[in-house]
Design a binder for this molecule. Structure first.
Ligand code: ATP
Length: 344
């Protein structure tokens, strides 16, 4: 289903929870709503579902306004963080529930449930009760139940938040595959950037009720449109003192921009590691921290402490050691625009 949201606005009392949010979603896409807690993600999802009414703005499914439709008339499936399965019903009956409500013929229900049991990898578990399942299995039942009535939009609110890290990792891959196979337009809320990057075709970054940016994970990572996005997706350091940013200092000063740097665009080494033409700056190693597959290094350049990574093979750096620092790329933001500058 094609989704369009125009100028959605919502207050709770005096609190402005959703501020003029607009977006479009193509049919069959998997969208991640990502942002800090309290930013308004769930409120947007609930308005799409019809569980909450916007103060103003329009919601269109297939180009038709649905603001006035009740939740059950919108053709939506839900999966929430808490499993919300019926405890006294078997897996089969949980999945069949929405179809029974719709008075679908028994034989059709049976076929549809078995199809979903197969699709969600729950074959052999049909007669079990929720308490006889693991957290991951219960959440798969929740997906099967949501998909059973063949909704045209699937809304997922932190579907894996209650599940431990290893299983959550497996479920992410599983979800991607499931959504691809079913081909259903889906929106999921998360505050976990790794989850959004791994699972979503497109991410919408929501903060303080506003849409900060929408795009593919790769585009957002490469070209974060605000300092908030640059620090929320991936790592970056805000530069306090641009005077020592060799190669960028003139541009930063002239445009009165905020400058952010990602770790992978900072290269460190000794004098002989760089060509004489490179605009390196003098730095001092402040902190070195082992992260498993690499070292995280904090290096002081002028009044800034920049974070970068170094691979394992290289010799260990000493705290206080003087090194050269080459910055390859800087993200700049001022009142008017955002742009990227590369060191030649
Ligand atoms: P989280 O990740 O914590 O769920 P979120 O981004 O989904 O956060 P929302 O749940 O949409 O954020 O909440 C946005 C803000 O609106 C919060 O400050 C919340 O306290 C407030 N809010 C949400 N629902 C209500 C309500 N029914 N009444 C009053 N305030 C509400």
């Amino acid at each position: 289903m094609h989704i369009e949201v125009r100028n959605l606005d919502k207050h709770f009392g005096n609190f402005h929870a959703v501020k003029d949010v607009s977006f479009e979603i193509e049919k069959g896409r998997l969208i991640g709503l990502l942002g800090p807690s309290g930013g308004g993600k769930t409120s947007i999802l609930r308005m799409l579902a019809g569980l909450e009414q916007p103060d103003s703005g329009e919601i269109l499914f297939h180009g038709e306004r649905v603001n006035e439709l009740a939740p059950q008339e919108r053709g939506i499936g839900f999966v929430f963080q808490s499993y919300a399965l019926f405890k006294h019903m078997t897996v089969f009956d949980n999945i069949a529930f929405g179809l029974q409500v719709k008075k679908v013929p028994k034989q059709t229900i049976k076929e549809r449930v078995m199809e979903l049991v197969e699709l969600t990898g729950l074959k052999g578990f049909e007669r079990r009760y929720p308490h006889q399942l693991s957290g991951g299995q219960r959440q798969r039942v929740a997906f099967a139940r949501a998909l059973a009535p063949e909704p045209q939009l699937l809304l997922l609110d932190e579907p894996f938040a209650a599940i431990d890290a290893k299983i959550r990792q497996e479920l992410r891959a599983w979800l991607r595959e499931l959504i691809e196979r079913v081909g259903i337009t889906s929106i999921f809320v998360t505050h976990d950037q790794d989850e959004a990057i791994e699972v979503a075709d497109e991410i919408m970054i929501i903060s303080e009720g506003r849409m900060e940016q929408k795009g593919s994970p790769w585009d957002i990572y490469r070209e974060p449109s605000t300092p908030f996005v640059a620090s929320f997706i991936g790592q970056s350091t805000l530069v306090d003192d641009p005077s020592e940013l060799r190669g960028f200092e003139a541009e930063v000063a002239a445009s009165q921009a905020k400058a952010l740097i990602r770790p992978e665009y900072i290269e460190i080494g000794s004098e002989r590691d760089f060509s004489l033409l490179s605009a390196t700056a003098a730095g001092v190693v402040k902190h070195v921290h082992f992260r498993g597959s690499e070292w995280l290094v904090e290096v002081e350049v002028g009044g800034n402490v920049l974070t970068t990574f170094r691979s394992l093979e290289k010799e260990t750096l000493q705290i206080g050691q003087e090194i050269r620092v080459l910055i390859h790329r800087v993200y700049l933001y001022n009142e008017e625009r955002s742009w990227i500058v590369e060191n030649p």
